[in-house]
Design a protein. Structure first.
Length: 338
């Protein structure tokens, strides 16, 4: 049973990492979209993510479904405790989706301006709130013996979680900018590259600050690292990835810069997972932590789900590969309907 629980801990982590990696650049595009001064540039940005954004969201839906089926108490605790925040996330994702599809339906300036604002807010709000949620899960929630959240919504907006929100937002903005550089050239690409430099510095500074802040606000997170010092190689990969982003960006090797950003995101998720294992939600009372071992479904449920996952995940991966291969290359206004 412990093996199955560990496998599902890893699988949920893989799904959430896949979402951060793939939909992260969609969310980050919201900032660059907001900064674009020409309608044509915004149209190109939507064309860059248009074929892939909906497939990228599948990872979030699958991750949430896996969490619900494999670890029901964790799903109930997180989703009930952060209900308002998650409603705002869903509102943002819905606004983003509708804006992508509706913006180009009318050639009217006011119509497009409305959906432009909706797209940017619908992208940046979830990007911020995902980090806030992660910060609270790491810091610890006020849970009772039934796993119910006892705090308030304002209690979720504590300094550490807000810092996590800003870090996540900056990470996605950098990731989104690099993806747009892959898909565009000329004037819009030059504008993005010029503004990426300060965002890179913000990314580096925030990462260097997150370790000491975690030690202050969530010192329990270092327990596994103290027992297994080899794990410190994971944050080293994060730092290395951030540095390589700058090196490749300066030499205009945007593909390699995007890969470095992807390595950074994966390493960050691996670091959090390694620090938390086997805990899924830290509680302010150590006796009430929700872990992979005290919050899982039955062995039969986990086994059946594993079979389904082994069949379904290759299909999802194959679909993602096909979409990205089919729509590889630069986008043009001639091919856009946004």
């Amino acid at each position: 049973m412990n093996t199955l629980q560990t496998v599902w801990y890893l699988l949920v982590g893989v799904l959430l990492t896949g979402y951060a990696l793939l939909d992260g650049f969609d969310l980050g595009t919201g900032w660059w979209y907001w900064r674009a001064r020409k309608t044509e540039h915004r149209t190109l940005m939507l064309s860059a993510i248009g074929p892939v954004w909906d497939g990228n969201e599948v990872w979030l839906i699958t991750g949430g479904g896996a969490l619900f089926a494999a670890f029901p108490p964790v799903y109930a605790s997180v989703f009930s405790g952060m209900y308002l925040a998650l409603v705002l996330v869903l509102f943002g994702l819905i606004m983003r989706a509708t804006s992508i599809e509706f913006r180009g339906q009318l050639h009217d300036e006011k119509w497009r301006r409305f959906w432009d604002v909706a797209f940017s807010l619908g992208s940046l709000l979830p990007a911020l709130l995902f980090g806030v949620a992660m910060g609270n899960v790491i810091r610890g929630l006020e849970l009772n013996a039934n796993g119910d959240y006892q705090g308030t919504f304002l209690g979720l907006l504590n300094p550490y979680s807000l810092f996590g929100g800003v870090l996540g937002l900056v990470m996605f903005i950098v990731h989104g900018g690099l993806y747009q550089l892959l898909k565009q050239d000329g004037e819009p690409a030059a504008a993005i590259k010029a503004e990426l430099s300060p965002w890179w510095w913000a990314y580096l500074i925030l990462f260097l600050a997150v370790g000491p802040l975690t030690a202050v606000f969530a010192g329990h997170m270092y327990k596994n690292f103290m027992q297994f010092p080899l794990l410190f190689i994971l944050p080293a990969f994060i730092l290395g990835g951030i540095i390589m982003i700058r090196i490749y960006l300066n030499s205009a090797q945007y593909g390699k810069a995007f890969i470095a950003s992807s390595v950074t995101i994966v390493s960050l998720m691996l670091t959090v997972g390694a620090m938390m294992f086997p805990t899924l939600v830290w509680a302010t009372d150590p006796a009430l932590h929700l872990t992979a071992f005290n919050s899982s479904s039955s062995q039969l449920t986990l086994t059946v789900m594993l079979v389904v996952a082994l069949i379904g995940m290759p299909i999802v991966l194959a679909y993602n590969y096909w979409v990205y291969k089919t729509f590889a290359g630069k986008v043009t206004l001639e091919d856009s309907h946004y």
